[in-house]
Structure formats: C-alpha cells, structure tokens
Design a protein around this ligand. Structure first.
Ligand SMILES: Cc1cc2nc3c(=O)[nH]c(=O)nc-3n(C[C@H](O)[C@H](O)[C@H](O)COP(=O)(O)O)c2cc1C
Length: 208
C-alpha cells in the first residue's frame, strides 16, 4: 500500500491546499478546503479553527481523507456550502479527486501561531496525523499557493511604472502580503523569485 507523499509532489515543511472529507458519528459526510503541511513522507499537520464541522468530525472520528484537486469549483462549492452526496465515494473520498490519502490522528494540540493574522488564543487545534493509504487516480501535484502569488506579483511589477502613486502604494501592500504567504508556504524557487521582485521594487525607490 502506498503512503509516500512525495509521489504527489509534497515536500516536508511546505503547505498545500486540499479538500478534507470527514464523517460524523451519524455517517453524515462533510467536505471543506483545508491547508495541509507535509511533515514527512507519511506525516501531515493541520491547523483547524474551532467551530468547523471538519474539526468536530476529526476530533470525534480520529480519521479523515485529504483529497488532491485543482478544480476551483470544488474548492468554492465545498467552502460556500457542502458537496452533494453524489460527489463522494463509498470510502468518503471525492470521486473527482486526482489523488487522495487516508489519515489517522496521532495527536491534537491547542495552538496559535504568532505570525498568523488570526491570533486569538485557544481558537485553533493543531492535528498531527499519519497517512495510512495513498490512492493516485491520475498523475498530479498537490496545490501550492506560492507560484500563483509569484505570477501575480510579476504581473503587478510590469504595470508598476504605468500607474499613479496611490496604485503604486497598493501594489507595494499587495506585494508584502504575497511575500508573507510565499515565505510561509512556497517552494524555495518561489521565495527566490519574490526576492528578485523585491529588489526591483527597491530599485524603484520603494520599501516593500
Ligand atoms: C484554500 C483554503 C484553505 C483553508 N485552510 C484552512 C485551514 O487550514 N484551517 C482552517 O481552520 N480553515 C481553513 N479554511 C477555511 C475553511 O474551509 C472554512 O472555515 C470552512 O467553512 C469549514 O467548513 P466546515 O464547517 O464544513 O468544516 C480554508 C479555506 C480555503 C478556501
């Protein structure tokens, strides 16, 4: 049985965006977009805020499924409502997932990360889990937000000299936020690219 997360492009220390599917004690299925930090070949971490069905179900069932997809509508529908029953397989994975892996909870810890914009103590739980089975339906890489931010920051850079001072300040603010996210979740190549963009903005006389 496969359990190695490297097979879907996941690297230790990086964060990926996924759809986690869970069940409650009455077998009611739930899906929600949730970030997953790869903590090793077959270990992951999640930080989930209290109040979500996903957290309640993980605490009560001690197991869940991480679905890998690049479908924007799947992320949107599962965030804004819930996915209809017909989206789920018998084992609670998503039918249209490129890949999915089953997880068993190892530990649950109250935690707040200081760098996060949301800082209320005791509002989130960090969950450490072990991957028990990885199923790859088609070759795929788990979704990482870093690259999209690099492209967005490059696009803004090309417009920088064409806009007024207010818009320039807005681009600088957007760059800072993009850089914060890339440093947190991106690959080293993404971080290097953001560093180069930052140097260009400094050359233009700004402090990004
Ligand atoms: C891309 C993406 C990633 C997310 N990651 C997390 C996360 O890591 N932890 C968390 O608590 N909420 C996260 N959320 C927010 C949850 O999806 C949201 O709170 C959702 O309503 C929970 O649904 P549920 O009550 O069905 O579990 C994320 C949302 C998006 C769009």
């Amino acid at each position: 049985m496969k359990t190695n997360l490297n097979l879907i492009g996941m690297e230790k220390g990086r964060q990926y965006e996924t759809i986690i599917t869970t069940k409650n004690s009455k077998n009611i299925k739930n899906a929600a977009p949730i970030g997953v930090i790869c903590a090793g070949e077959n270990k992951i971490l999640n930080r989930i805020f209290k109040g979500s069905h996903t957290l309640e179900n993980i605490i009560s069932q001690k197991e869940f499924i991480v679905n890998i997809t690049h479908d924007p509508n799947l992320f949107t529908v599962s965030l804004l409502g819930n996915l209809p029953e017909e989206y789920f397989n018998e084992d609670n994975s998503l039918k249209c997932a490129d890949a999915y892996f089953k997880c068993n909870v190892i530990s649950l810890t109250e935690a707040v990360k200081q760098s996060d914009p949301i800082k209320k103590n005791g509002e989130a739980i960090v969950i450490k889990s072990k991957v028990t089975e990885l199923v790859i339906n088609r070759p795929t890489h788990a979704m990482n937000r870093g690259f999209a931010y690099v492209i967005e920051s490059l696009a803004n850079l090309t417009r920088f000299d064409m806009v007024n001072d207010d818009k320039k300040e807005e681009y600088i603010k957007r760059f800072r936020e993009a850089n914060r996210v890339v440093v947190k979740v991106g690959y080293k190549e993404d971080i290097k690219a953001m560093h180069e963009i930052k140097k260009e903005l400094i050359k233009k006389g700004y402090k990004p």
